[in-house]
Design a protein around this ligand. Structure first.
Ligand SMILES: N[C@@H](CCC(=O)N[C@@H](CS)C(=O)NCC(=O)O)C(=O)O
Ligand SMILES: [Zn+2]
Ligand SMILES: [Zn+2]
Length: 190
């Protein structure tokens, strides 16, 4: 069974709710891209989709969000390039080591204003631990044998994480609320 993710395989390490944020470093041996975050991450989760950056050998990414005003590129911004300019989340990766330093949404979207980041790129501890696993079935699209899915889901369960094939219910509700408001739907208790 391959690694789910280094932050999940050996059990979760709880974050510090008062952690004030810190810096993320790319994996280059020199001239590292450095991103400063003025807050902890929120909604941190494992993502099995094909687009989020994963460490070598891991089946899942671990990704959380910070308000975009809390993120600054402190060093070597010129090394960043947008992985897929047509995606909703514009993932800014280091063109040398390939690590995704942050993902930003520039279109009208429920998550506009939040940047997506990988707290494992920090050498500090206290970051919020993963809260759930999303886009779990998506690993099949990347070649994972569907027969292994029960084992993957049980691994998350034994780490105390719920699994979903899209996002968690509160995040799915935010997406649906945004879509409803955009379409001018009026809410009522059906
Ligand atoms: N099954 C697809 C799912 C992709 C997907 O929808 N990813 C989610 C979670 S990160 C998303 O919000 N993507 C928007 C984007 O990548 O811009 C895949 O694995 O590529
Ligand atoms: Zn780099
Ligand atoms: Zn993803």
């Amino acid at each position: 069974m391959p690694s789910i993710h280094p932050l999940i395989d050996k059990g979760l390490i709880k974050g510090d709710p008062n952690f004030p944020g810190g810096r993320l470093l790319c994996r280059c041996s020199s001239n590292q891209v450095i991103v400063g975050l003025k807050s902890n991450v929120a909604h941190n989760h494992a993502c099995g989709c094909s687009k989020c950056w994963k460490p070598e050998g891991a089946l899942f990414s671990v990704v959380g969000v910070v308000p975009r005003e809390n993120l600054t590129v402190e060093k070597n911004e010129s090394k960043l390039k947008i992985v897929d300019p047509t995606a909703v989340i514009l993932r800014h990766a280091c063109r040398e080591c390939g690590v995704h330093m942050f993902g930003r949404i520039e279109t009208a979207h429920a998550f506009h204003g939040l940047d997506f980041v990988h707290s494992e790129l920090s050498d500090q501890s206290g970051w919020q631990e993963p809260q759930f696993a999303g886009f779990v079935s998506s690993i099949i699209e990347q070649g994972f044998d569907p027969k292994g899915m029960d084992e993957v889901r049980s691994k998350f369960k034994s780490a105390g994480l719920e699994t979903y094939d899209a996002l968690s219910p509160p995040l799915m509700d935010l997406l649906a609320t945004f879509a409803a408001q955009k379409a001018g739907v009026k809410f009522s208790n059906l």
